[in-house]
Ligand binder design. Structure first.
Ligand code: FAD
Ligand code: AMP
Length: 475
């Protein structure tokens, strides 16, 4: 008889592993199947996020930022340093250590929650049966009362710039360079392109980013995007907008990239090219015929607002379903589904999913952009507080950017909070909580913020929405 579980999760990334842990906490018998393999062939839970995404990118962003600040900022503080140099091999070693601790930590968490880890491939068969193929190539059949699909996503490949390692690489390849390429090309000025471009720029590469769209960071509030673009330019990131890549070929040890913009055709020679044009849902060999699970026209698994697929007892969460491709979005979906399965309450508030870009300055927002609010026709007010007016930011030598609060004119509801500046990714949490509780800008105004902290910027921006800011001219 097939080995059976209450719940089988296919995919152990940030959507799948939390689903498995919560199912275990809910006293359900649960197995989590994951096939991620490192370059050396070893298995690792954690998916893209832990192995080749969020965590390794943040490790390198931190190291490269420290190097940059040591060289450019220490003198201002009166700290004299000389002979500063970079050891990329050591940076990579540190990064690998952080990744390993994180992925092994999942096994410990599984043990604590009573989750059975199964490393290998999972394929959903009709009737909530799952074919599991382990490292030895042998396949055995499992069955479950409920199945959660969390198969994630993979980088989009461009026909015009097909991957050809080590010269033309995806984001994972760009996290693994063993030295800073002299000339680095990045296709796509999205979140991943900007973060990776920043890492290598700080470590010495001449970075050119080619972006097909005419507008910079069209997904963000445009006041924020303009401020960020100004800083990136100052840092030497050469971002060319309206530049559509039409071809890339490896010539010797370099890559010749061709692109078109309003002025015509151009070429650019770089030593390494990173293709960062987005990610697509990954469902290869995940679904046997007759499961009843459907994909939409873009390849995402079709689900309702609570992540149910069309098949009885089969759910899907994370990057393989609609919505922003973010680790925390997948995590909340996984937890919601595991709670719903256990008969508990579960919900994801898709209106309050924060977005963070870990550049310097950081960019973070939640809710609607000013452009979106304007288009909705709802009367609104905005308040902006520049970090230049923050004592803490000045003391940190990080007084760039601003916090912006958008609130409804009629009932003062907070509609969006947008921050570009130091620690924006941390500061946004307060705004997310406020919006989760349907707070008004007055609620933020009346909340005491410690002085001197960066969080005062959010407080003052809320006050500025009513022209009542104390520490800045109201704008
Ligand atoms: P994944 O993380 O892709 O995990 C899916 C897992 O399922 C994988 O391990 C895969 O091998 C496994 N799998 C798939 N099919 C099967 C099968 N049939 N059988 C067994 N196993 C299977 N997001 C953020 O929120 N913050 C960030 O700072 C951030 N930075 C990023 C930086 C980079 C460079 C990249 C590439 C991504 C970044 N992301 C970030 C996005 C984030 O990594 C994804 O949104 C997140 O990993 C999605 O989680 P998931 O569990 O849905 O999928
Ligand atoms: P994201 O989806 O946030 O990862 O961003 C990917 C970016 O790549 C988007 O802004 C796209 O407009 C951009 N992009 C996609 N195809 C091309 C191309 N051929 N040339 C330049 N930029 C591209």
């Amino acid at each position: 008889m097939a080995e059976s579980f209450d719940v089988i999760v296919i995919g152990g990334g940030p959507a799948g592993y939390p689903a498995a842990i919560r199912a275990g906490q809910n006293k359900l018998s649960v197995a989590c199947i994951d096939e991620w393999r490192n370059r050396d062939g070893s298995y690792a839970f954690g998916g893209t996020c832990l192995n080749a995404g969020c965590i390794p990118s943040k490790a390198l962003l931190e190291s490269s930022e420290l190097y940059h600040r040591t060289r450019e900022e220490f003198a201002v503080h009166g700290i004299k340093v000389s002979g500063v140099s970079v050891d990329v091999a050591q940076m990579q070693k540190r990064k690998a250590g952080i990744v390993k601790t994180s992925t092994q930590g999942i096994l410990a968490l599984f043990k604590g929650a009573g989750v059975t880890p199964l490393q290998g491939h999972g394929k959903l068969l009709p009737g909530r049966r799952v074919a599991f193929t382990g490292a030895d190539g042998a396949t055995r059949e499992l069955s479950a009362k409920q199945v959660i699909l969390a198969s994630g996503s993979v980088p989009v490949e461009l026909k015009s710039a097909a991957f050809q390692a080590p010269h033309i690489v995806d984001s994972q390849g760009a996290l693994e360079f063993d030295s800073a390429p002299k000339r680095l090309g990045v296709i796509g000025a999205g979140v991943i392109g900007l973060e990776l471009g920043s890492v290598w720029r700080r470590l010495g590469s001449e970075v050119t980013v080619l972006e097909a769209l005419p507008e910079f960071l069209g997904i963000a509030d445009q006041q924020l995007a303009k401020e960020a673009a100004r800083h990136f330019k100052k840092q030497g990131l050469d971002i060319r907008l309206g530049a559509k890549v039409t071809g890339a070929k490896v010539v010797g040890d370099a890559v010749e990239v061709s692109y078109e913009d309003a002025k015509g055709s151009h070429s650019l020679t770089v030593d390494r090219l990173v293709v960062a044009v987005g990610r697509r849902p990954f469902t290869r060999d995940l679904l046997a015929n007759g499961t009843g699970v459907e994909l939409d026209e873009r390849g995402f698994i079709k689900v309702d607002h609570q992540c149910r697929t069309g098949a009885e007892g089969v759910w899907a969460v994370g990057d393989c379903v609609r919505g922003p491709m973010l680790a925390h979005k997948g995590k909340e979906e996984g937890v919601m589904v595991a709670d719903l399965i256990a008969g508990r309450y579960g919900e994801v508030n898709y209106k309050t999913i924060p977005s963070v870009i870990y550049t310097a300055p950081e960019i973070a927002w939640v809710g609607e952009t000013e452009e979106q609010v304007k288009a909705s026709g709802r009367a609104y007010k905005t308040g902006v507080f520049p970090f230049l007016a923050s004592g803490r930011a000045r003391a940190m030598e990080q007084a760039q950017g601003f916090a912006k609060v958008i609130a409804a004119q009629d009932d003062d509801e907070i509609l969006g909070v947008h921050i570009v500046g130091p620690m924006a990714g941390e500061l946004i949490a307060e705004a997310v909580l406020a919006m989760e509780y349907s707070a008004s800008s007055e609620d933020l105004q009346r909340t005491i913020h410690a002085h001197p902290t960066l969080s005062e910027a959010v407080h003052e921006a809320a006050l500025a929405a009513d022209k009542r800011a104390i520490d800045s001219l109201n704008r």
